[in-house]
Design a protein around this ligand. Structure first.
Ligand code: BG6
Length: 484
């Protein structure tokens, strides 16, 4: 099975913040991979713009070094690499002043797709949008791509939405949540809505609870400044985990199109109950052996910002009333392990008697690593004697099932940038969605700030604080293991 590459029309892409970390780690390598895959046609122009004084030649060298460091293995040759680098332009530009804007405007083509990637802090979104308009670069073919964090609360997100709306319509604004670009996250929709098997059982009558875990082994090291102003709630829960929750809980959209999908996601967020303090556990990792703790990474050693969160959420609608959703994410945990587990209820009556034990089916969607799905089913334990039951996995690892193609899936950024060029907003967040997500997280954060409570400490390399285990134990449930 060969993956299909459909070339897109030539376009102009400007990466504001083109010398920054995200541009070097993700955006440029993603563009390079799409270039090598043959998706970009001759004439496509990629321009980086940033405050640093340098010329295009120096920029190309910088990108070459970034590719050496961050590009993942894929088929290409030296000529392709040279040609990609040669096609890059650089403009020294002052986002809040006038320097560089005329030069940039002169590079833009008329009558073709123009994408402006705001890979900069949100404080510059307004000035950039304004200047794009002022210098005649915001015509109907223009679209802007904005990175998270989209604000730090409802008020700032609303202000950002209003600022962008001054010069761009909602259909021109692409708010990135890179989790939506992950292949397996999209697979959530395929599994739910492409199969007859699951959807009839996908409700509180059959589902006992759902667990969403995004466990990371990385600490906050190089991004301590940013992270200590955000914490896990703003950095992960308000966006990535919320998006996973939406895809797992939403009603079937009538079509796989931007409005239908985003309308359904929004309904889920709006149906979330406020979370009571007793249903949340915050944690902060402490150092173990030679591994530094959170406090050693950040400037304020007494910081009470959380690097771990576990919480129980309820969705008040017909489908989910009574089925809790347990969300958990953290840094410096035992393993990099992200999955969604749909834990079904036990059969209402066991014909095999008490000695057969209690069993339930669990559908696990593994997001990373080792992407795949696993359905735990109950069968008879082999052998003579009584009827003893045992749970076994029906395990499908995508790379095994789909062959080499599944190993070469595009990175989330490759997929999302190409969707911007194609004008497909399905996998981007709409303004009202982002605001609704903040409206849910704001009171939780306000409670912590009012209480001043410190998060629970947990060891680097563990599964998080003990208190997170208790959050489920008291409901008679257990977290799934964070496996190495
Ligand atoms: C980013 C967060 O959005 O997502 C990081 O800011 C986090 O803190 C990262 O590490 C996780 O992304 P991935 O793709 O590695 O799971």
């Amino acid at each position: 099975m060969a993956s299909r590459v459909i070339p897109v029309d030539p376009f102009d892409l400007v990466v504001f913040g083109g010398t920054g970390d995200l541009a070097r780690r993700k955006i440029l390598p993603a563009l390079f991979r799409r270039y090598c895959a043959g998706q970009m046609q001759a004439g496509t122009r990629i321009v980086a713009a940033a405050r640093t004084e340098m010329d295009s030649a120096a920029y190309r060298e910088m990108v070459a070094a970034a590719l050496d460091e961050f590009d993942t293995p894929h088929a290409h040759d030296a000529d392709q690499r040279r040609a990609f680098l040669d096609g890059l332009h650089y403009v020294t530009l002052d986002a809040t002043g006038t320097q560089g804007w005329e030069e940039l405007a002169a590079l833009m083509s008329r009558d073709r797709i123009k994408a402006y990637y705001f890979s900069v802090g949100p404080a510059l979104f307004g000035p950039l949008a304004e200047r794009l308009h002022e210098y005649g670069m915001s015509d109907d073919e223009a679209r802007i791509v904005v990175e998270k964090p989209f604000g730090r609360d409802l008020e700032s997100a609303r202000a950002l939405n209003l600022t962008l709306a001054r010069h761009f319509t909602e259909s021109q604004i692409y708010r990135i949540d890179h989790y939506l670009g992950k292949e397996t996250v999209q697979n959530l929709m395929a599994i739910r809505f492409g199969n007859m098997l699951f959807e009839p059982l996908w409700n509180s009558q059959y589902v006992d609870h759902i667990q969403i875990t995004v466990a990371e082994t990385v600490g906050v090291g190089g991004r301590a400044d940013y992270y200590d102003r955000s914490g896990a709630m703003r950095d992960m829960v308000q966006n990535h985990l919320m998006q996973l929750l939406c895809l797992i809980a939403m009603e079937p959209p009538a079509k796989f199109d931007p409005s239908a999908v985003r309308d359904e996601k929004l309904k889920v967020i709006r149906a979330l109950d406020p979370v009571v303090p007793n249903d949340i556990v915050r944690g902060q990792y402490r150092g173990v052996d030679d591994k530094p703790g959170y406090a050693e990474h950040v400037e304020n050693a007494a910081s009470t910002v959380e690097s771990f969160i576990a919480l129980k959420a309820h969705i008040s609608n017909w489908r989910w009333a009574g089925t809790p959703f347990y969300l958990r994410t953290g840094k410096r945990l035992r393993a990099r392990n992200s999955e969604i587990a749909v834990v079904f209820k036990e059969a209402p009556h066991s014909i095999f008697g008490a000695e057969a034990g209690r069993h339930r089916n669990i559908l696990t969607i593994r997001l990373q690593p080792n992407e795949g799905i696993d359905l735990g089913v109950t069968i008879k334990e082999p052998g003579p004697g009584g009827m003893r039951l045992v749970d076994v996995p029906l395990d499908m690892t995508f790379t095994e099932a789909l062959g080499p193609d599944a190993e070469d899936v595009p990175d989330a950024y490759e997929r999302l940038i190409m969707d911007v060029i194609r004008g497909n907003q399905t996998l981007f967040m709409r303004g009202d969605e982002v605001e609704a997500a903040w409206a849910w997280t704001d009171p939780i954060i306000a409670d912590w700030e009012a209480s001043g409570d410190a998060p629970f400490a947990y060891d680097s390399g563990s599964a998080g604080p003990e208190e997170a285990l208790a959050l489920m134990h008291r409901d008679g449930r257990r977290w799934r293991e964070i496996r190495l």
